[in-house]
Design a binder for this molecule. Structure first.
Ligand SMILES: CC(=O)SCCNC(=O)CCNC(=O)[C@H](O)C(C)(C)COP(=O)(O)OP(=O)(O)OC[C@H]1O[C@@H](n2cnc3c(N)ncnc32)[C@H](O)[C@@H]1OP(=O)(O)O
Ligand SMILES: O=C([O-])CC(=O)C(=O)O
Length: 377
């Protein structure tokens, strides 16, 4: 019987559910949220509007957006105990600190234990505001500074940069962060969202799902890629070294980070917005060499572009963060800020008409055998 079973390792190409949130056309390299092209959203929308769209299914009216924005701003609070926990974890990787702080919120805020659609929406909005606060507070505390209080005159992206740096960002910097969050907001059954759905499938609360998602996002095959791309760019050093770097990686059969995707066979449609951001920002800041190194890597990868191997969303984002003077270990947490509404809606979708997610593994261990007492082994 076992010979006839088809195993889908990594669940490649398996549909496990229907979902009306985002549509990824891997063959054409297209992405939309609730029917709206990612290109329209990245150029014309705001992160707050995209959060509303993802969670409630429609673009908001002016009044709906104002009310939603007020809910996000009202949620910009953290219990004192969370600041103490952040301080105690001070030297840890920011992603570990973020996950620990979100887990602590589950224990500290009684509403976090509630389940059901309304509770998921309320807690999802709360966490969407709290996640950037935690990351910024950790960055301040580990550098011996007091956390910067949120500024309610600023939108989500500008407020995040304000809390991180303690100075008001330029309009361009805030817009670039906003676009980055929009591009990262939702992506179907990616590893972290799928993991969150497995957790919610056991009928637990939203915070449990988000802690799972944060754990899963952290690895280099998923959210950790932007940090690794930046390390790669530093290692390459100058554009003329890119070809030798790529050749050595491929000879060693190692992945070149920032390339490849489980679903896209054309370029990841999100990459073009980040590429343009790197090019412009690099020129404005008198540091065009980072863009040149990235483009030299793209050129060097062309001979290996079988199976549609192209850059993904995180190939360019690291350089943008670096040009803004953001430490490398914050790159994965920044992805988490953007992905919050995607995780929230995936958890909501899972608990609507929930079914426990529990696939099978095909046994290939020893044949049945007799138990031997320890003295006889
Ligand atoms: C936001 C995100 O999570 S996007 C992804 C971020 N991650 C990265 O950038 C890390 C580097 N990329 C990778 O490790 C992979 O591309 C993954 C994990 C993202 C996807 O992996 P898979 O779905 O298993 O890749 P896929 O089946 O499409 O691979 C096809 C072929 O391309 C190769 N390939 C895939 N990615 C890369 C890469 N980055 N560099 C070189 N070759 C690669 C595979 O080895 C495979 O070759 P083969 O057929 O000769 O064995
Ligand atoms: O969809 C995936 O597998 C990974 C990805 O691009 C994302 O989560 O944004």
């Amino acid at each position: 019987m076992s010979e006839n079973v088809k195993i889908n390792r990594g669940l490649k190409g398996v549909y496990f559910e229907r979902c009306g949130v985002s549509d990824i056309d891997g063959a054409r390299g297209e992405l939309s949220y609730r029917g709206y092209s990612i290109h329209d959203l990245a150029t014309r929308s705001s992160f707050e509007e995209v959060c509303y769209l993802l969670i409630f299914g429609e673009l908001p009216t002016t009044e709906e957006l104002a009310a939603f924005d007020a809910r996000l701003k009202a949620a910009r609070v953290l219990p004192d105990a969370v600041y103490d926990i952040i301080a105690a974890c001070g030297a840890g990787h920011p992603m570990d600190v973020l996950r620990t702080a979100v887990s602590a919120l589950a224990a500290l805020e009684p509403a976090a234990r509630e389940v059901g659609e309304e509770a998921f929406i309320e807690n999802g909005i709360r966490l969407t505001s709290q996640v950037p606060m935690i990351i910024a507070a950790h960055e301040a505390i580990r550098n011996g500074r007091d956390p910067v209080a949120a500024d309610d005159s600023l939108g989500h992206a500008a407020n995040w940069l304000w809390m991180l740096k303690g100075k008001k960002p330029s309009e361009d910097a805030a817009r670039l962060a906003d676009v980055d969050f929009i591009l990262h907001a939702e992506h179907g059954a990616n590893a972290s969202s799928f993991a969150a759905r497995v957790t919610i499938g056991t009928e637990t609360n939203l915070h449990g799902g988000i802690v799972t998602a944060l754990s899963t996002l952290a690895g280099p095959a998923h959210g950790g890629a932007a940090e690794d791309v930046m390390k790669m760019v530093h290692e390459i050093g100058k554009p003329e070294n890119a070809a030798a770097y790529v050749k050595a990686k491929r000879a060693a059969k190692e992945a070149v980070t920032g390339f490849g995707h489980r679903v896209y066979r054309k370029e990841d449609p999100r990459a073009r917005h980040m590429r343009e951001g790197v090019r412009k920002l690099g020129e404005e800041m008198g540091a065009p060499e980072w863009y040149e190194i990235l483009q030299a890597v793209v050129e060097a990868m062309k001979p290996y572009a079988r199976h549609g191997l192209n850059v993904n969303v995180d190939f360019y984002s690291g350089v943008i963060y670096q040009l803004h003077g953001i430490p490398m270990d914050l790159y994965v947490p920044i992805f988490a800020i953007g992905r919050m509404p995607g995780w929230v809606i995936q958890c909501i979708e899972q608990q609507r008409g929930n079914i426990l997610i529990r696939p099978l593994t095909l046994y290939n261990g020893p044949e049945p055998r007799a138990y031997l007492p320890i003295a006889a082994r």
